[in-house]
Write a protein that binds this ligand. Structure first.
Ligand code: F6R
Length: 278
């Protein structure tokens, strides 16, 4: 896991934007897995601004969202489909046929989930999966005790997640209790993963994910087993890490590695020239 700590949410956003822009500009990286929630909002805003500046292009990008509430139609203001449309898709040049979503009103749940897995495979698999993390360590809606090998399926949300969502709904009976979500196993098949977390409320989950045991009680901890994961967090979300000095040291040195290698090559070349001189 590559853990990158920034002083502020804004700095996390800028770094994440640069990371995603770089991947989107590679031809073979254009199948993205996307989250909803408050965490990626700034990144989506940065991507819209980047699109307007001509730095990113969505024409060839395919997206698969992680999850959707069961029972909400696509145009419901709290559906994840509506969230994505409002915050990203309606502002960029993505083709509607390239946007993939789990239905909140499927005819048959099992068929819907299998078709989603198939659609991901048919497009060559997720190249970059972007994630947020829940306070209980969930990714997608893979709540504690979800199998770390799970595939796309229905899930009952925990009381805490339902409570966290209550503020978005007018009436208690409207708050969804179930969702369809990509499984942990589905997420783990992505070529590369970028997880974002900001704010003090995420500090326990972030510490459990990075430094705790791999356990279904914190499904994000499964990411320890993935070979290409970058976790970008702010100081507040890093507050409960025991080894934050080490992660900061690693980041600084990673940044300097290319410059150091270049300097080594130049020294080597200069030595070669001196050796050849009569
Ligand atoms: C939503 C999703 C969830 C959120 C998580 C954090 O698509 O996958 O796992 O990423 O619940 O939500 P926020 O960012 O609102 O704190």
């Amino acid at each position: 896991m590559n853990v990158v700590i920034h002083a502020s949410e804004e700095a996390v956003t800028q770094c994440a934007y640069g990371f995603v822009r770089d991947r989107m500009n590679r031809r073979h990286y254009r199948v993205l897995g996307l989250p909803t929630g408050s965490t990626p909002l700034r990144l989506y805003r940065a991507l819209v601004e980047g699109y307007r500046r001509g730095e990113v292009d969505f024409a060839e990008v395919q997206t698969f969202n992680l999850d959707e509430y069961l029972g909400l139609p696509p145009d419901h203001p709290q559906s994840y489909r509506h969230f994505m449309q409002t915050n990203l898709f309606s502002h960029v040049n993505i083709r509607p046929s390239h946007v993939h979503f789990l239905s909140g009103l499927p005819h048959d749940i099992e068929d819907e989930c299998e078709a989603y897995e198939r659609a991901i495979k048919e497009r060559g698999g997720l190249k970059l999966q972007i994630l947020g993390i829940g306070r209980d360590g969930h990714i997608g809606f893979n709540e504690p005790t979800s199998s770390l090998a799970s595939r796309t399926r229905e899930k009952t949300l925990t009381r805490q997640t339902i409570e966290d969502n209550r503020r978005f709904f007018e009436k208690d009976e409207e708050v969804p209790r179930w969702a369809l979500t990509m499984g942990v196993g589905t997420i783990m098949e992505a070529r590369e993963i970028l997880l974002l977390a900001t704010g003090r409320a995420k500090a326990d989950a972030v510490a459990a994910m990075i430094e705790g045991p791999v356990t279904a009680m914190c499904t994000a901890s499964a990411l320890q087993m993935h070979p290409r994961v970058t976790v970008m967090i702010d100081d507040a979300a890093a507050a409960k890490l025991n080894h934050d000095d080490y992660y900061r040291w690693m980041s600084e040195n990673d940044c300097q590695m290319a410059g150091y290698l270049e300097a080594c090559k130049q020294r080597q070349a200069a030595r070669g020239q001196t050796a050849k001189a009569p």
